[in-house]
Design a protein around this ligand. Structure first.
Ligand SMILES: [Ca+2]
Length: 408
């Protein structure tokens, strides 16, 4: 044992000793909460879960988790524009990582595409958007998270309670070991973030070992997502959509479900974003303007809607489909968003976080994710320069900070 290891050992031992002495006080226990968890475990057992494993999954959970409650109450970021979202979600880094991830599983994905009749690049794109290809799957214990949301008296408790029962069944039936059963504070887990009820409806065994471990085995998660897309109506003969230019005179219906055939759109003067004509086809698409009338427009079809059903937001469905195109070597969005403050990539966000860190501000890990710490640091940084931060880290703020730091 090296001196450093020995030192750490002594420290660890010292901590243990302190822990033991303070352990003499009983941990705080909430009997209503524990009873609710017990009821969920019994429901899971009644549905066939192993009794010992079901009870083990709630062992040691005595009170609702304050961190989960706080996360569920946090307000989502409200002023995130579509171009900010896309700049961070579909940046060069995620496209490159996606192409690598695709190559690393090339044969498997090819077969998956044939087996389910879906586009494997779109499956990989969902993997990329949901968890950055398995790098960010969430650290909340799923039973603890769903227990808190389902038994802690918060909003939508009945929904989370039934998800809790399904989660207990997943681990007790041996699909995901309890030690791996981590995910988002809201209960989604695995490489492509399924909720427990979705798991039971749609999870698949991708590597053929008889279990569906979508946390520990990427192939299981990818097969599950392929199955999801198939069951959501994916049609392998269709494109998800087209970026288009729309005549300014068009005043007809818009929306992903207000569909017309490509031939009809063509007759109305709609062209591809590169100026070429749309093909003549009876396949039906809806017209969307996700950034407003003066920003890029898209015709979106049933495959767009299949992705939309994975996570019902236009920005999400657009990001996944555009990322899938980029993974296959496509260019991404051609048109310009109508803004003088475009979004910036995660690499550029990390660069700003590193500058702030070097200046002594606390941004946490420079991870390219702009959370409360980074926002607060930006406010302080701006204040120190007698400026006011407007809450958006886009191109304008990036350029401003870079110019301040270069002393101009
Ligand atoms: Ca498996």
């Amino acid at each position: 044992m090296s001196a450093i290891a020995l030192f750490s050992f002594v420290l660890a031992f010292a901590n243990d000793a302190t822990m033991q002495s303070s352990d003499k006080t009983e941990p705080q226990k909430n009997s209503n909460y524990m009873e609710c968890l017990g009821n969920a475990a019994r429901k899971a057992i009644a549905k066939g879960a192993s009794e010992a494993a079901a009870m083990a999954s709630i062992d040691g959970l005595y009170v609702p988790d304050e961190k989960i409650i706080a996360a569920s109450r946090a307000q989502p970021e409200s002023n995130l524009k579509i171009w900010d979202y896309l700049a961070g979600v579909v940046d060069d880094e995620r496209a490159t990582d996606g192409a690598k991830a695709y190559l690393s599983q090339k044969d498997f994905l090819y077969n998956l595409g044939i087996q389910y009749g879906v586009d494997p690049a779109t499956v990989v794109a969902i993997w990329g958007v949901e968890t950055d290809y398995g790098k960010v799957m969430g650290k909340s214990n799923i039973i603890n998270a769903l227990g808190t949301l389902g038994c802690g008296g918060g909003r939508r408790a009945a929904y989370f309670n039934s998800e809790l029962v399904e989660a207990i069944r997943i681990t007790a039936n041996g699909h995901v070991p309890l030690s791996q059963f981590n995910g988002s504070w809201a209960g989604a887990f695995g490489h492509t973030q399924f909720m427990p009820s979705t798991f039971w409806r749609l999870a698949a065994d991708g590597n053929g070992d008889g279990i569906k471990n979508i946390v520990g085995e990427p192939k299981d998660a990818l097969a599950s997502t392929a199955n999801f897309l198939k069951k959501s109506g994916w049609d392998q003969t269709q494109k998800w959509g087209y970026e288009v230019i729309v005549p300014s005179t068009y005043n007809g219906a818009i929306g992903r479900n207000a569909k017309k055939s490509l031939s009809q759109w063509k007759a109305l003067g709609v062209k591809l974003a590169d100026g070429n004509e749309l093909e003549d086809s009876e396949i039906r698409y809806g017209l969307i303007f996700p950034g407003g009338r003066n920003s890029p427009a898209f015709l979106v079809g049933r495959n767009f809607n299949a992705v939309y059903s994975y996570n019902p937001a236009t920005s999400y469905a657009l990001a996944v489909n555009i990322l899938a195109d980029r993974i296959k070597g496509g260019k991404g969005v051609i048109g310009k968003w109508s803004t003088n403050d475009p979004g910036i990539s995660r690499a550029m966000r990390r660069e700003i976080q590193q500058i702030l860190t070097a200046k002594g501000y606390d941004v946490g890990q420079p991870d390219g994710i702009i959370g409360k710490k980074t926002n607060d640091a930006l406010k302080e940084y701006y204040k120190a320069h007698n400026l006011t931060f407007n809450g958006r880290l886009g191109q304008v703020a990036y350029d401003k900070i870079k110019s301040l730091e270069s002393g101009r």
